[in-house]
Design a protein. Structure first.
Length: 256
């Protein structure tokens, strides 16, 4: 036995460690998309270059030049939006909850993940109602990005990703659904899926698999919003993750 006493971790230190874990998981999700985002930037730059060359041609009409400039502006705005989304996910943000349109958060996540999804033949279906809730935007985006990446990884041969935002008036909560048509999860795995360091992911060719922290952090984030995260799945039938978030600060989401 060790003679020295092991000093207990203070609540402040525990909170700091929790915040560092959340941030590390957020950076991991952003890193997963890095190659796809780089490919998207290459496409954007190619678009800008081609339209710029077209506008420079002496034979180009004024109408064609204006059209080319419009396309350059549109491509530049998309690039700026992607950069803003990546920086927003990477940098530490405010932990103050603000009334936020949840559909906007879904769109921002799809902006980041869109190229990655298309490369893996994932078709996206959206059903977005106008619903707002008091949330820390960056944290909920982190949860959604993690779920979207997990869904894509579960559909190795392509498939359908369904995203829905709706209001559940009976529980006074907003619900965000992330559903996939992937391989599904066994009943045994479902009972452990939110436990730290538990993963069902098989290492890839480079030996990289899941850390087992993604869904655990997702649950921490949603529960810190006084919400709940639920999953339904079966082997071969895909998975459905549902986030339940209070519509008002004073409301505590009830289990359903």
């Amino acid at each position: 036995m060790l003679d020295e006493d092991i000093e207990a971790v203070s609540p402040a230190e525990m909170e700091w460690l929790r915040e560092q874990l959340v941030r590390a998981q957020r950076l991991s999700s952003v890193g997963t998309l890095a190659s796809s985002v780089a490919h998207e930037f290459n496409n954007i730059l190619t678009t800008i270059l081609n339209y710029a060359k077209m506008a420079q041609k002496p034979t180009t009409t004024d109408a064609s030049k204006n059209q080319a400039l419009d396309r350059i502006v549109q491509a530049s705005q998309r690039a700026a939006a992607i950069v803003s989304g990546m920086l927003g996910m990477a940098r530490p943000g405010t932990l103050k909850r603000q009334m936020t349109n949840l559909g906007t958060l879904v769109d921002e996540v799809l902006l980041l993940a869109g190229k990655d999804l298309s490369q893996h033949r994932i078709r996206v279906e959206k059903k977005i109602a106008t619903v707002s809730a008091p949330v820390v935007s960056a944290q909920v985006e982190q949860v959604l990005l993690n779920l979207v990446i997990n869904a894509r990884q579960a559909m190795r041969e392509g498939g359908t990703l369904r995203l829905e935002v709706r209001e559940n008036k009976s529980l006074d909560v907003a619900e965000i659904v992330v559903a996939d048509s992937g391989c599904g999860i066994t009943a045994e795995a479902l009972s452990q899926i939110f436990e730290p360091f538990f993963t069902t992911k098989v290492p890839d060719a480079d030996g990289r698999g899941g850390s087992g922290l993604g869904l655990s952090v997702c649950r921490q984030i949603i529960e810190s919003h006084h919400g709940r995260i639920r999953v339904e799945s079966a082997p071969g039938r895909g998975s459905i993750f549902t986030l339940k978030l209070p519509l008002r600060e004073e409301v505590r989401a009830r289990a359903a």
